[in-house]
Design a protein around this ligand. Structure first.
Ligand code: TYD
Ligand code: MG
Length: 471
């Protein structure tokens, strides 16, 4: 029996509402509700609704036989649960293993989000070819020939990789049940359509239904499932946001398309930490793991130019050294410009105000440009100290010595504040052969300077930094 109704869905969180509203009652976003026609064919779907009344009606202290017994799981004491050793599927991609918390968990469902063209299909096709196990790669985006061409570029073993270009979820799941792969890859959730919902692929109700069907399949079959989901800037297609609570892990693939670095970040992970980070480089034959990001990021540095400083930053849990470039020049076109690439521009404005007030640097008539080299986006407050150094260096046209790096946050009164994971930062700078690192004087608790070859110099204020480097 098919039933049609009109419903309104929030593009941001997926909440359903019977009428249109300006603000989503669930996530409080404005103007996100869109109208969709929903046809649900209840007969075709497994309806596993629980009869909650029988639970309440049953007498306390025991189950009434015949009402609940044998109907799926019943509550058991946590102590009784056997925590069987979950055998994770090791992937050949060490960065991915790290991000997933040590391999692929059976029956888990992982969402790979990212903007179109960033390399999601490449990453997962490469995994399918190199994992050495039976994989079913379902694509609704590209033809078999296109995928074959890409696979030829990527190399690897093609015999274990099965390809299916299909967008109907019921058929996809039937084929998956026949093929019995050890990993199922869906490229992408926006192209799938479930026959149980009568709306176009990519709409909120479709994305939600397809994800729910895939989740049920993954949990029942134990086949880990990787789903690709596009994020669009304006979100006219239902974004992966609304899938976040359905899936076990959400990984975001990000990077600047003009650069070769790609970062795989964990936004949610039920089986591991969300602080992990994978770094790749996009080559002509696929994505290459980058195990030493600092060496790559610093490789193009010209050491005798002013306006450059190196920060010992931490991304996720990985320390890495990045170069900050600043340019301060007289504004010739009226209003001075402030441009920041890879760093929060509001934070840059704050740092400029601190420089003006606490270091006496007149910047009101100067253009200021800031760039994080390598196309990286960093939001570590420890960058502050290196940014101030780069800007001072450019303004005064004095180079910062090439073997010096920084790690410190700047407060509004020009004080230099402590940052997290200072030992890791110092150790990484030491490993890369830096001779001096400037840190906050409040950051030395429990630090043993004799452990490192690098000299640790402590500072309290921006003024002290100025005197140490440029006076
Ligand atoms: P793709 O995986 O199709 O992106 P997504 O699935 O996220 O939309 O990646 C597309 C880009 O990657 C494309 O611009 C070309 C580039 N690329 C390489 O540079 N090298 C390669 O070996 C491959 C396969 C792609
Ligand atoms: Mg793709």
């Amino acid at each position: 029996m098919a039933k049609t109704k009109i419903a309104f869905f929030c593009r941001s969180c997926g909440a359903e509402s019977p009428k249109w509203m300006g603000q989503c009652p669930s996530c409080r976003e404005w103007n996100t509700l869109i109208e969709e026609k929903v046809v649900k064919n209840k007969n075709e779907r497994l309806d596993n609704k629980t009869d909650w009344r029988s639970v309440n009606d049953s007498p306390p202290g025991g189950n009434k036989p015949g009402v609940l017994m044998g109907k799926g799981p019943r509550p058991i004491q946590l102590e009784e649960v056997v925590a069987g050793d979950v055998k994770r599927l090791e992937s050949p991609d060490r960065e991915l293993n790290r991000v997933l918390g040590g391999g692929i968990v059976p029956g888990s469902i992982v969402l790979f989000g990212g903007q179109p063209g960033i390399g999601k299909s490449t990453l997962l096709l490469q995994l399918a070819l190199k994992i050495g196990r039976k994989v079913l790669y379902v694509s609704g985006e590209e033809s078999e020939q296109q995928i074959k061409m890409r696979a030829d570029r990527l190399g690897g073993d093609k015999r274990q990789c099965y390809l299916l270009t299909e967008t109907n979820t019921s058929k996809v799941l039937q084929h998956a049940a026949d093929v019995k792969p050890e990993l199922l890859i869906i490229d992408s959730i926006q192209t799938l359509a479930s026959p149980h919902v009568d709306s176009m692929a990519g709409t909120v109700s479709q994305v939600r239904e397809c994800a729910a069907e895939l989740q049920r399949f993954a949990k029942e079959s134990g086949i880990p499932t990787f789903i690709i989901g596009h994020i669009t800037k304006e979100g006219s297609i239902a974004g992966p946001k609304l899938l976040e609570h359905i899936v076990d892990a959400v990984l975001q693939f990000e990077g600047d398309r003009n650069y070769t670095y790609r970062i795989l970040r964990t936004l949610k992970n039920r089986f591991g930490s969300t602080d992990e980070l994978g770094i790749y480089q996009m080559d002509s034959n696929g994505l290459r793991e980058v195990s030493n990001p600092s060496e790559l990021l610093l490789s193009e540095r010209d050491e005798d130019l002013s306006g450059s400083a190196v920060c010992a930053t931490v991304e996720g849990m990985r320390p890495m050294l990045v170069e900050v470039q600043g340019l301060v020049s007289a504004a010739v076109y009226g209003n001075p410009q402030r441009t920041s690439t890879g760093y929060d521009s509001k934070r840059l404005n704050m740092l400029l105000a601190v420089l003006e007030k606490r270091a006496g640097l007149p910047l009101g008539t100067q253009d200021v440009f800031l760039n994080i080299a390598g196309g990286l986006k960093v939001d570590d407050p420890a960058m502050d100290l290196s940014i101030i150094s780069a800007l001072l260096s450019s303004a005064m046209d004095v180079t910062v010595p090439p073997d010096v790096c920084f790690a410190g946050e700047i407060g509004l009164s020009g004080e230099i504040r402590a940052v997290t994971r200072i030992e890791q930062r110092i150790a990484e700078a030491d490993r890369l052969g830096f001779k001096r690192i400037y840190v906050s004087k409040y950051n030395t608790k429990g630090l043993d300077p004799d452990r490192y070859g690098i000299r640790i110099i402590t500072l309290a204020t921006v003024r002290e930094l100025y005197e140490a480097l440029f006076a």
